[in-house]
Design a protein around this ligand. Sequence first.
Ligand code: PMP
Length: 416
Amino acid sequence: MVKQVSLNMNVRGLGISATLGIKGKCRQLRTEGREVFDFGLGQSPFPVPRPMVEALRLAAPEKEYLPVKGLTELREAVAFFHRKKDMLNAYVERIMIGPGSKELMFILQLAFYGEIILPTPCWVSYLPQAKIIGRNNSLIHCLWENGWKLTAEQLDQLLVLNYPNNPTGGTYTGEELKGLSEIARKYNVIILSDEIYGQLHVEGGHISISRYYPEGTIISSGISKWCGAGGWRLGTFAFPPDLSWLMNAMATVASETYTSVSAPIQYGAIKAFLGGLEIEHYLSHIRRILALLGKQSYEILDNAGIRLISPKGGFYLFLDFSPFADKLVSRGIHSGHDLCDRLLEETGVAILAGNEFARSRSEYSARLSYVDFDGAAALLASENIPLDKPLPDDFTVHHCPRIIEGVSRIAEWVQS
Ligand code: PMP
C-alpha cells in the first residue's frame, strides 16, 4: 500500500469543508430519529426561477465542449448584468464562467502570485484554498464594534472582500466602499469582490465597489445564492481591462483541468443574468421573506443578550456569545466548537463554530444560516400577498416555523 507520506503537505490534516461536514452530521442525527434544526449549511431554500429551468430543459441536447472562458451568449449576459449594476467596464471579453465561483477563486489564488488578505470572519473556503495552494495569507480580524467590517485603516495588499457577507450578514455602505477604494488605489491593491449575495441585499440596494474602484476590482458572482442553483455549479468572474493577464492565466489552468462548464447549465444560466420581469418578481419575493426572517431572528437573539448585527443581505447571522463567557466556562464550554456541540446535543440546533470562518478556536462565536424551511412553499405563499404590502409578522411562524423555533431554542439555551 502507498504510504501516507506521499500526501502533499498542503493537504495533510485538512478535513472535508466544514459546511458539507455539518450537513452530513445533521442527516445522521435525523436518521437516528432526532429532531434537528439545520442552520449549518449556506444553501438557498428557494427553487430555481422557472425561466432558467425551462431554458435548461431545452438545452439538454447541447453536447459540445464549450470555450474554456464560457459560452459567448452567457458571457454577454453576465457583462450586461454587471454593467447595469455598477461595473461600467464589464465587457464580454473579460468575463469568465467557471464551475462555481469557488473553483474560480481557487484557480485565481493559484494563478496570482502574492499575498492574500482576508478580513475575518470570512467564508469557510478562502483560507483552506490558500493553504492547499501554499499561498501566503494574512488575516485581519474585524470587530463586532465595527459590524465585523474592515475599516480603511486596516487595509494593505491583495484583498478578498465579501459582502453582503457570509457569515455576518453585514454589508458596506457606499461611503465605506469609497473609503476602502481610496486606500486600495493608493497601495495598488487588487480587490476580489465576492458579491455572490449581491442580489440578496434586503432592500435590493447592493452597490459594487467596482463603482469606486473600477480599475482594480474583479467581481465574483454566480447563480448559487440568488437563483437557488448551488447544485448547478456555475460561477462568474468579471475582470477590469488591466487584469486581463490574470484571467488569461486562469483560463490556462482551467483548460488543463475542468475544460469548460457543463454546456446545458450555461444555456440555462443566460436567463438569470439577462433578468426580466419574472426574475425581478422572484427576487422581490425572496428578499421580502429573507428580510422578515432575518429581522425576527435578529430580534430574538439580540433580546437574549447575544451580540450580532441586524442582517443586511444573504441568509446568515454571526453570533457572538462572549457576554455569556463566564456562564459557558462554568458549563464546561471552552471554545466555539464546544458551544456548537453542546447546543446541538441539548437543543437539536446545528450552527457552525466561528473557528471555521478563520476566527480563533477560543472565541465563542458561530454562524447561523436561516434556511431550514420549504422555500418553494414560502415563495408560493408570498406570491399571494401583493409586493407593495409587507408580509404579516406571523408569515414566518406559518411558513418558516423551524427557523423561529430553532432560534428561540438558542435564546432559551443561552439564558438557562
Ligand atoms: N463565496 C461565498 C461568500 C459563499 O458563501 C459561497 C458559497 N457558500 C461561495 C463563494 C461559492 O459559491 P459557488 O461555488 O456555489 O459559486
